[in-house]
Ligand binder design. Sequence first.
Ligand SMILES: Nc1nc2c(c(=O)[nH]1)N[C@H]1C(S)=C(S)[C@@H](COP(=O)(O)OP(=O)(O)OC[C@H]3O[C@@H](n4cnc5c(=O)[nH]c(N)nc54)[C@H](O)[C@@H]3O)O[C@H]1N2
Ligand SMILES: Nc1nc2c(c(=O)[nH]1)N[C@H]1C(S)=C(S)[C@@H](COP(=O)(O)OP(=O)(O)OC[C@H]3O[C@@H](n4cnc5c(=O)[nH]c(N)nc54)[C@H](O)[C@@H]3O)O[C@H]1N2
Ligand code: SF4
Ligand SMILES: [Mo]
Length: 740
Amino acid sequence: MSDGQASTDIDPEPPRVAYTFCRYCPASCGVKVTVEGNRVLRIGPDKQNPHSWRDFCAKGRTANRLVEHPRRITTPLRRVGDRYVAATWEEAIADIAARMNAAITAGGPDAVGIYTGNPAGFSSSNLVFMNGWLDGIGTHNRYAVGSVDQNAVHVVAEAMYGSPLMVLTSDIDNCDHFLIIGANPAVSAWNWVESAPDGWARALERQRHGATIVVIDPVRTESADKADIHVAVRPGQDWALLLAMVKIIFDEDLQHRGDCADLVDQLPRLRQLAEQADLTDLASRCDVDIDRIRSLARGFATAPRAMAITRTGLSLHAAGTIAEWLGHVLNLITGRTDRPGGRRFQPGYVDTLRLADLAGSAPHTSRVAGRGLVAGAHALAELPEEITTPGHGRIRAMVINCGNPVVSGPDGTKLDAALAELDLLVAIDFVQRESHRHAHWLLPAVHWLERDDLLALTSSLHDEPYIQYGAKVVEPPGQAREEWRIFLDLALAMRTPLFGARGLNGFIRATRALARLFHTPALAFDPRWIDRLIIATSRKVNGRRTTWRTLMAHPHGIVLGPREYGHFRDALRTPGKRVLLAPDEFLTRARELLADPPPTAPATHPFLLGNQRRRHSMNSWLNELPGLHTAGKNNDIVMHPADAGKLGIRAGDLVRVSSPTAAIELRAILSDRPRPGVVTIDHGWGSRIFDPEGGEPPESYGTNRNLLVDTAAIDPLSQTSALNAVYVAVERIDPSPEDA
Ligand SMILES: Nc1nc2c(c(=O)[nH]1)N[C@H]1C(S)=C(S)[C@@H](COP(=O)(O)OP(=O)(O)OC[C@H]3O[C@@H](n4cnc5c(=O)[nH]c(N)nc54)[C@H](O)[C@@H]3O)O[C@H]1N2
Ligand SMILES: Nc1nc2c(c(=O)[nH]1)N[C@H]1C(S)=C(S)[C@@H](COP(=O)(O)OP(=O)(O)OC[C@H]3O[C@@H](n4cnc5c(=O)[nH]c(N)nc54)[C@H](O)[C@@H]3O)O[C@H]1N2
Ligand code: SF4
Ligand SMILES: [Mo]
């Protein structure tokens, strides 16, 4: 392997061009990277990529700036007092392994905990070896980003289709009616737990040919600007809007009987729920006129081809799972599922559903809150108490793998205090961010430009059959190391049998010994062996199996033939391969919601706090990069002028935003985009970047709005934090420093 110093002093290599894909978000844009020596000079879209490059954005274009971040961690750093000192990997692994084993001896396997953030989803080797290590330890204390993101998708897929990974993709190019609920694809790209490259532009292209775009969002977003219809629903009440649409479809006999009867069970139970619900009540809950709802329902049901898509705007609310479920119900009862222009199941080159069955975890109930697992993990909201509550199974040693939960999750102050109590905190990342403040060890991670990835676990989430090998473009700096290697080395040092399987550790040790003996690094075990195995045993797509040689010969990626239809039924994992339209737990929860009084804002905290994404940030990172966010590196609160007027707040005023959990201060922007009563503050700000080696003061941008969210506010079905549903008070800080 190269030592990272590819250029020579005598004869500098001319710049070369390499092709790979961006692994920041599921749009997976193909990129063309110009490299000199071991340095990335330029990143642009790879226009020869047959699938994805048109979403290409400034985040991908500036990826090399993160690679070269002046505060990047490039060697393991050990905390000594208030400072960090460089250490070798041998020292790091030995110390961490010894401390983890001590924690396990004292408190059992659950004494080791992990939080896995969003970027881990873009590295299969990370996820596989992390789980191999955790399975070996036998800990149940696994916390994942799904509980501040997509858990509702998994809960609904499992209950209705029999597998948490049976996620449907959008057939945009054949659609005549897009019902977009709680998503802003103009900014976030057409992706959540699916990827449809250039999806928003393709939807707009359909619109030019007569398709209708409906956007349901409490904010008039960039997507709403282009929509034919925008409905400014009351936040958190989409379930009521969607149930009202379902009711109208039944009442007016607009469902597509043939398709529906053929595919689904439990239709009468659903009808019964719809009959029990009262339209006036539902309309007042979501604050949309009955006539308007009627026209939405008719428009959707009578369009030749249509799809409802639901995203984070629904999931980060207490009724998120019910709203997500009703989105699927709408698609099903109008015959949109598994039909052209609707939502379909595109099997990938790997049978992900079968893999999920094999990897499924045994049930477990959390120690303090007493809740079960969702998609194999417990909820981030529970983590602080699992660290601070005494007793057997209390977390004492913890890894943060690709995450920034203090900023991305609820009540960061509480989590920060809990993390400070740990006997051992290990963070694997590029830089030391807010969540890593109390880390005893900072371990240097490898950026996607510096590693190979075959994202086989998500191969069924592309909207057309697709495969690309994400080849590394440059060598990582210094001692930066891929996560799989860190987890593998920890397993070996802790004598933890990887995957709980006997013999695997010995085999891996043997391959390493051989590599040393023959001075041939390629003999040592490497996840690329697994990649090759996956390809060798991959499914045929459109009748053809991809070979490793073909894959390597296509650096721009390969579209594996046309989109396939008709796989949905066969893929179902339910008994009898039927869709369960009205699972018990959803009916019960829907009835609870109907029985609850309609939510009203408390007089002390009259505004609902919403959230927007920006093109140039990625959750809690990238907003710090030079060049991005030219308009400034601070976030603001956006208020409707009518709301601001009542409070005497003018544009630019400093305001205090408070909830029962916390208070923050930022400047006001006045805009009629949010509906009155809703204020928005972008999430992801307020994460400091520390200088662990240099000891310079941390860099800090903006204010973290998630500090205002109570950990108790969750959707009981998905255990997702209701991050975008907190009631707040806003007051002008008088006088603003500028006025003084
Ligand atoms: N209010 C509100 N809160 C939200 C949301 C919202 O809409 N509103 N959105 C939620 C959503 S959808 C998500 S996905 C979560 C995200 O929540 P998290 O995944 O916890 O947080 P991120 O901000 O994505 O932080 C990712 C961290 O991983 C690091 N990183 C990036 N790539 C790598 C890598 O290859 N290896 C390693 N080791 N580290 C890496 C980054 O430097 C960063 O520190 O936030 C959620 N929070
Ligand atoms: N540029 C950029 N792109 C990204 C990301 C990023 O951070 N930056 N993050 C990536 C990730 S991790 C994810 S999960 C996806 C998320 O993709 P999206 O889910 O499309 O995310 P947002 O752009 O936040 O859009 C959510 C919309 O829901 C609205 N909303 C909030 N509450 C409600 C509600 O109660 N009802 C309704 N109907 N709408 C509501 C918000 O106003 C917002 O416009 O984006 C991905 N793409
Ligand atoms: S971050 Fe931008 S360039 Fe990277 S995959 Fe997403 S949309 Fe494409
Ligand atoms: Mo996300």
